[in-house]
Design a binder for this molecule. Structure first.
Ligand code: ADP
Length: 396
């Protein structure tokens, strides 16, 4: 039995999950938050226990050291030699990475070069990769790209209607994101439907804090709502999603505290979406509670989110010219029967009908009626498992 760690490094956080492979058993998982700030918090969950500690962690190397020491301390492993592989989630793979790869110096340099496409994420991913290389230099090290699954998009979908030179010379195109999630839930859905994914047209709705919707034809991503960056698509927890780009220079000109485009993009990423409209929270549980008690802003945020979700799903019915199933996943998609009900109700013309007794909290699998032309499925996503599996696949 070998042990593999799946790593998801953010600029100030590092999420990890340790698997026994090939059994795919989760042995432990955890998160280190506030890296580089005072009072960093590390949480380790294993055997039904959760152990948290607060200390100052200056960088990702120290974070990786701490997590490995904790694995020993809590007896989750007896020796570092038990860990034979690590898989790193990397946000931007550009047009270059169409699949997961073994990481060597050349790959690492390429991921660094692609940082211009994901300035907040790729450098953090590189930090995570370097930290493991330093501490466990001999284990299999794999990069799994958020964008790889969407490299099958046809040119009509990935090109923006702007002059070709911006694409050719500056690489401005749709890259998408959440690829591992769309990949995983589309395969799971095919299994649940008992049909080969190659025969299916699927619309996958990853609705968490970040939201992306994809059109998947015969197992291949043919369109997706995130764009050049993850700011595009339906409104999200704190991101605006699609807006008229002319708003950006207008706000720079009109709002004293917004000095340049980067300031506005920051607002659009961090203070917009559900948070911008609801004001009190970006969390869908709060929004649903507020809506239930008649709060006007929370109700508007809910209704706007449902409106934007419906429009993107509707678009993808058009892209695919019909669909066999709509799949809900991620925090909201998996847990909010209210969002699912409002979205599906509003798209009933497309041939979807929910079975009321099935669209409940905790539901997994088919939640549509037997005669629903388009099936509606809840499929819990598992991006870490895809990462661990890719480490196994590339180890051989
Ligand atoms: P991230 O994009 O950060 O990974 P998640 O996929 O964890 O996000 O989704 C977070 C969202 O899921 C939050 O808006 C949260 O409110 C929502 N969520 C989690 N549980 C529930 C629930 N029981 N009902 C409604 N929304 C939920």
């Amino acid at each position: 039995m070998s042990k593999t760690i799946a790593i998801n490094a953010g600029s100030s956080s590092l999420k990890w999950q340790l698997y026994a492979m090939p059994e795919e058993k989760v042995l432990a998982k955890g998160i280190i938050e506030r890296i580089g700030l005072k009072d960093s918090i590390s949480t380790v969950k294993f055997d039904g226990r959760a152990e948290s500690q607060t200390l100052d962690i200056v960088d990702h190397v120290q974070a990786v050291k701490l997590l490995l020491e904790d694995l020993l301390k809590f007896g989750i492993i007896q020796d570092y030699a038990e860990i034979t592989g690590v898989g790193h989630r990397v946000v931007a793979g550009g047009e270059y990475f169409t699949d997961s790869v073994l990481i060597d110096d050349e790959v690492l340099a390429k991921i660094e070069e692609l940082a211009s496409l994901a300035p907040l994420h790729n450098p953090a991913n590189v930090d995570g990769i370097r930290a493991f290389k330093e501490i466990l230099p001999d284990i299999t090290s794999v990069a799994v790209f958020d964008t790889a699954f969407h490299t099958t998009l046809p040119e009509v979908a990935y090109r923006y209607p702007i002059a070709e030179k911006y694409y050719q010379d500056y690489k401005v195109r749709k890259y998408g994101a959440h690829g591992t999630s769309h990949y995983y839930v589309s395969r799971q859905a095919a299994e649940m439907l008992g049909r080969p994914v190659e025969d299916l047209k699927l619309i996958t709705a990853h609705i968490g804090n970040g939201i992306s919707i994809s059109a998947i034809d015969g197992g291949k991503s043919v369109d997706t709502s995130m764009g050049f960056t993850p700011l595009a698509g339906p409104m999200m927890g704190t991101r605006s999603g699609d807006i008229d780009p002319a708003i950006i220079p207008y706000l720079v000109a009109q709002v004293p505290e917004l000095e340049n485009a980067a300031d506005v993009i920051d607002v659009l990423n961090k203070e917009s979406g559900v948070l911008g409209v609801a004001e009190a929270s970006s969390d869908m549980r709060d929004v649903e509670a507020g809506r239930a008690s008649g709060d006007a802003k929370m109700t508007l945020a809910f209704d706007m989110l449902v409106d934007r979700l419906k429009k993107f799903i509707g678009q993808y019915f058009a892209v695919l010219n019909g669909a066999d199933a709509l799949i809900f996943t991620a925090g909201i998609g998996e847990n909010s029967d209210q969002v699912r009900e409002a979205v599906v109700e509003g798209l009933s013309w497309f041939g979807m009908k929910l079975e009321p007794g099935k669209n409940v909290f905790g539901a997994v699998g088919d939640i549509s009626t037997a005669d629903s032309k388009v099936k509606v499925l809840v499929v819990p996503t598992d991006e870490e498992l895809v990462i661990a599996r890719d480490v196994e696949r590339l180890k051989a």
